[in-house]
Design a binder for this molecule. Structure first.
Ligand code: IMP
Ligand code: MG
Length: 182
């Protein structure tokens, strides 16, 4: 059997880091959204693991919904060319939306999603990003209200993040060995 762990060069966030992040974010969200019954909007597929853990740390009522967009294909750089693959199920007018995202890279995906959601008259739209890449001169408008961890500007996988649809099931976040994708 091909062992996924052998493809990882370095672990950036281990399982205990991830637990701490989710607890901290959940606590902040619980305070801010106590009476708002937010819709936690998970961006498929990458944010699924994060969303599942995060909502268990949110101790006030909330709902979840899902949206899928595609921006990368199998590449490791954003094209800015975003398509909706699956829209939310419910009406969001008057609702508080909290987008849960796996990673903010260029931010182009979130800019697109937020513009679209705002055209549907929600009460508010905020972003909870599990990771934010430290990038100089980011051009996007999106500023996440909640950030799990800042990570260096390098391609990472695991805990929902994929390379060509693989590695999402790693329980930690790590950096791939260069030879895996070169
Ligand atoms: P953005 O539009 O450049 O911000 O890209 C956002 C999406 O690209 C994320 O939701 C991820 O699915 C994917 N992505 C960006 N950086 C990485 C990475 O380092 N590893 C895996 N996926 C990534
Ligand atoms: Mg992806």
């Amino acid at each position: 059997m091909n062992d996924m762990h052998d493809d990882i060069q370095e672990i950036i966030l281990d399982e205990s880091d991830i637990r701490d992040i989710n607890r901290r974010l959940g606590e902040a969200i619980t305070k801010d959204y106590a009476d708002k019954n937010p819709i936690v909007l998970s961006v498929l597929k990458g944010a699924v693991l994060f969303t599942a853990d995060l909502i268990r740390e949110i101790k006030c009522p909330c709902e979840i919904d899902f949206m899928a967009v595609s921006s990368y294909g199998n590449a490791t750089k954003s094209s800015g060319d975003v398509r909706i693959v699956k829209d939310l199920d419910g009406d969001i007018s008057g609702r508080h939306i909290l987008i849960s995202e796996d990673i903010l890279d260029s931010g182009l995906t979130l800019d697109f999603i937020i513009d679209l959601l705002k055209s549907r008259n929600p009460a508010s739209v905020e972003v909870c990003a599990f990771t934010v890449k430290d990038i100089e001169n980011r051009v996007c408008k999106t500023v996440p209200k909640y950030v799990g961890a800042h990570v260096a500007d390098q391609f990472i996988v695991g805990y929902g993040l994929d390379y060509a649809e693989r590695y999402r099931n790693l329980p930690y976040v790590g950096v791939l060995k260069p030879e895996v994708y070169s």
